[in-house]
Ligand binder design. Structure first.
Ligand code: TRP
Length: 445
């Protein structure tokens, strides 16, 4: 077999990884989870979760991937050949497939809104209200499937062009554009009269919220989802890292970039929500029901709205390709398939698995899993359970299965205090925190 693919440049790697991290999680999910959990207080706990749990895990995953030199299953087998932990790579692989299956559906909604915003159909639908518009769209039998498929096909195209020619290249021009767009949208929202209430909502902690256990579960779940830890992205992307790249600085840049992007998206959304007197805690519908209404009421709103939905689509696409690369790398390595064949097979499988999610508000509306529509249930099960579990597995593999020296050298942290702190967090801090929160979420502690 030809040698493993590698990133062309360090910048390319960092930007592609930020592209993976920045996605629907930063715009659609962050804004409604922060809205539901009281804004500023949530942001504080979220920042701690990112710094103390997600960041050490990113370093661990990148190191596991680079040293394992292969897909995520191989990486866990290499780190702990004898313990049951060697099977843990499958959690990440299955998780990536499951997340991508419903992520493609929501990304499809964004694509539908973008095309409607750009072509005008979205704006002329305003008379019935966007609540009804959205309900009607997601209840439709065929339409959501078509948009879901379109998003998947685009990701498949990029991933089949390979690590350098596809993933790295697309991100290198798309991500800087997205950064400019989100900053421009934030500046615009902040210029609206009455926008300061949104700033206050996002930054002023409501301390009483800190007494609610659900805030911690939500903050940790959001940190996992937004940074994208626990689903073997970093393991897979790490396996394309040359030995000469130093991991800690890259990890810090990635995590900081993701957090800043979420805050900028919050600054684009909440000031507008408050300026227009809308409800910041509208839940998952915030982006699809509340925002279009706001755009219509704003000066130049149809232009701003088109740009916003472009941002949503592009951010989703760069995340979808990272999620797709995980199972594709696995199939290529394990079954020795060519990249295009692996992409075709995995993409088709993911489309099929996503069908119940795509139909979960329409034909399958009466089907409930744990009292939720299919799409919501899979979202909860993956981000609330699979991601944290896979996170514990990565912490154990790098913190316990590896010897001290191996771990510190693999992460470029040998002979540093930071290395000692990192290893301590992986061995104790990270697993303990995740375990407590998992038990809490299950109502057991
Ligand atoms: N982080 C992305 C977002 O914010 C989604 C994503 C990409 C992801 N890769 C992941 C989520 C891996 C969990 C695990 O939208």
């Amino acid at each position: 077999m030809a040698g493993r693919e590698h990133w062309r440049s360090r910048t390319g790697f960092v930007i592609a990884t930020i592209g993976s991290a920045v996605g629907l999680g930063n715009i659609w999910r962050f804004s409604y989870v922060a809205g539901e959990n009281g804004g500023g207080a949530f942001l504080l706990v979220y920042a701690l979760a990112v710094a103390l749990i997600a960041l050490p895990l990113v370093v661990a995953e990148l190191a596991l991937g680079r040293r394992g030199g292969g897909d995520t299953v191989t990486a866990f087998e290499a780190a702990s050949p004898k313990s049951p932990l060697r099977h843990a790579g499958w959690i990440g692989a299955c998780g990536a497939v499951l997340i991508l299956s419903y992520y493609a559906v929501v990304a499809g909604w964004a694509l539908k809104y973008f095309s409607g915003a750009a072509l005008g159909g979205l704006w002329s639908a305003a008379f019935s209200g966007y609540g009804a518009y959205f309900e009607q769209f997601i209840a439709n039998r065929g339409e959501p499937l078509a948009w879901q498929m379109a998003m998947l096909l685009m990701s498949m195209l990029v991933v089949s062009a390979g690590v350098r020619g596809g993933i790295e290249r697309l991100n290198l021009w798309l991500m800087p554009l997205l950064a400019v767009i989100v900053l421009a949208l934030a500046a615009f929202a902040l210029s609206l009269p009455g926008s300061t209430a949104g700033m206050r909502f996002l930054f002023e902690p409501d301390w009483a919220m800190l007494a609610r256990p659900s805030l911690y579960v939500a903050a940790l779940g959001q940190a996992f989802f937004s940074v994208g830890v626990g689903m073997a992205i970093y393991i897979t992307y790490g396996s394309y890292l040359p030995g000469t790249f130093r991991i800690p600085v890259s990890a810090l840049t990635i995590v900081a970039g993701d957090t800043l992007f979420a805050i900028a998206a919050g600054l684009a959304i909440f000031p507008a929500v408050f300026a227009m007197g809308a409800d910041p805690a509208a839940g998952p519908k915030l982006a699809f029901v509340t925002l279009p209404q706001l755009f219509l009421a704003m000066p130049a709103g149809t232009v701003v709205g088109s740009i916003f939905f472009f941002l949503l689509v592009a951010a989703a696409l760069t995340s979808m390709i990272s999620l797709l690369e995980v199972p594709v790398a696995l199939v290529m390595q394990r079954l020795r398939w060519s990249r295009p064949a692996a992409v075709a097979a995995v993409g088709t499988l993911i489309f099929a698995i996503g069908l119940p999610s795509a139909l979960s508000y329409g034909v399958l509306t009466s089907v409930r899993l744990a009292g939720m529509p299919v799409l919501d249930a899979i979202d909860h099960a993956t981000s609330g359970l699979l991601l944290p579990l896979a996170g514990i597995a990565a912490a154990f593999a790098a913190g316990w299965a590896w010897h001290r020296r191996t771990a510190l050298e693999a992460a470029n942290l040998a002979d540093t205090r930071l290395g000692t702190a990192w290893r301590w967090l992986l061995r104790y801090g990270v697993p303990a925190t995740i375990a407590v929160i998992l038990l809490r979420a299950a109502g057991l502690a």
